[in-house]
Design a binder for this molecule. Structure first.
Ligand SMILES: *[C@@H]1O[C@H](CO)[C@@H](O)[C@H](O)[C@H]1NC(C)=O
Ligand SMILES: *[C@@H]1O[C@H](CO)[C@@H](O)[C@H](O)[C@H]1NC(C)=O
Ligand SMILES: *[C@@H]1O[C@H](CO)[C@@H](O)[C@H](O)[C@H]1NC(C)=O
Ligand SMILES: *[C@@H]1O[C@H](CO)[C@@H](O)[C@H](O)[C@H]1NC(C)=O
Ligand SMILES: *[C@@H]1O[C@H](CO)[C@@H](O)[C@H](O)[C@H]1NC(C)=O
Length: 327
């Protein structure tokens, strides 16, 4: 009976009217099915789920288990499974170009990216992109079989560390903002590279803690702003930050550029859309410098303008002092 059932399933094309569980069963990726069955709350959700389910192959899940994922840990299993289900308008992938972010039941998004070989799904920083190997309709949307398990983003500190943004992290600690930033969610962080901080080392050495705080908070935008939002808008003037300073953001056709009041030329985004837990990070090549003499109303006091005394720093005079500030 088992044999003839298998033959029949193979001979009949799957109809879109099939349920998610039936289509997944027909796809024959049994590890995911077993994992779903082991978390009853998830199975219940998926039984009436409308949207997009990303389904890792048996091989992909086996590799994730080998890498240390404990499928018996209910919290870990729930977190990973929820990250594979994006509710709402189903993503078919048909005719898809560019990239798009899909919010998952876990709360964080995955990014679908059209590449020459098809569609890839990006998850946490450092996790290889998953390739969609097969797309199957079900009665509430689409199941996309993928060759890599999607891993939810880690917290901002771990992501910044993994992305080598160590000067940024040191500066946050110096400014007394480390725990503030670790507790942020629903923000966009523009994180300068270590090289960017090295380029302002001599001016950094002259800053008060309050001034440094203002500068760093100018790198945090309230709300999630993906590069796709910036590219679609082309220009986002006067974007509010967590300091009182605003930023002008622009897509020039090639790059996303960010301008603050005192920078001679805009910062360029060199790595866009790095996902952290409830945060998106864009890595930039220049530290953003707000006008520190501008009146402030926020909790951060108005520091005097120190840039005029070190103006040569911002016209390319080069680094003259190796401040220990960030290292
Ligand atoms: C999914 O869509 C069907 C058909 O529109 C609807 O009956 C069902 O309630 C939806 N399920 C959820 C969880 O929204
Ligand atoms: C996996 O999780 C289960 C349930 O929480 C736990 O009992 C077990 O010790 C864990 N295994 C490992 C290797 O951590
Ligand atoms: C990390 O930054 C340091 C200092 O700028 C640099 O020497 C190193 O090559 C970087 N590592 C990576 C993996 O980018
Ligand atoms: C995220 O922040 C934006 C901008 O401040 C706000 O409009 C939105 O409601 C926030 N979303 C959540 C889920 O808090
Ligand atoms: C956009 O900005 C980048 C970085 O400054 C620059 O290299 C590039 O030439 C600019 N592209 C256009 C079309 O202006």
């Amino acid at each position: 009976m088992k044999f003839s059932f298998a033959l029949a399933a193979a001979a009949l094309p799957l109809a879109a009217a099939d349920t998610l569980v039936n289509v997944l069963t027909g796809a024959g990726e049994n590890t995911l099915l077993a994992l779903v069955a082991s978390v009853p709350a998830i199975l219940t959700v998926l039984e009436s789920f409308n949207g997009t389910l990303f389904a890792p192959t048996d091989a992909a899940l086996a590799a994730t288990v080998a890498a240390g994922f404990n499928a018996s840990d209910l919290t870990a299993a729930t977190n990973v499974l929820e990250y594979h289900a994006a509710p709402g308008t189903p993503f078919s992938g048909v005719g898809f170009t560019g990239s798009a972010f899909l919010t998952t039941l876990q709360g964080n998004p995955v990014e679908a990216v059209a590449v020459s070989s098809g569609i890839q799904i990006h998850s946490a920083f450092g996790i290889p992109a998953a390739n969609v190997v097969k797309s199957l309709p079900y009665d509430g949307g689409y199941i996309h079989i993928i060759d890599q398990t999607l891993i939810p983003p880690a917290n901002i500190v771990d992501v910044a560390t993994a992305a080598n943004l160590t000067s940024f992290l040191s500066a946050l600690t110096t400014a007394g903002l480390a725990s503030t930033v670790a507790g942020l969610s629903n923000v966009t962080i523009l994180a300068p590279t270590n090289t960017a901080f090295a380029a302002i080392a001599s001016v950094a050495a002259t800053l008060t803690v309050d001034q440094l705080k203002t500068i760093l908070l100018t790198h945090v935008i309230s709300g999630i702003v993906y590069s796709t939002d910036i590219i679609a808008a082309k220009s986002l003037p006067n974007v509010a930050t967590l300091s009182t300073a605003t930023l002008d953001i622009e897509f020039n056709g090639t790059n996303v550029l960010i301008s603050a009041a005192e920078n001679k030329s805009p910062a360029t985004v060199i790595a866009a859309d790095v996902l952290a837990d409830n945060i998106v990070v864009h890595v930039i090549d220049t530290v953003l410098l707000p006008d520190l003499s501008a009146p402030t109303t926020a909790v951060y006091s108005a520091p005097s303008n120190v840039y005029s005394s070190a103006a040569s720093m911002f016209v390319g005079a080069g680094v003259t002092a190796a401040a220990s500030f960030f290292f």
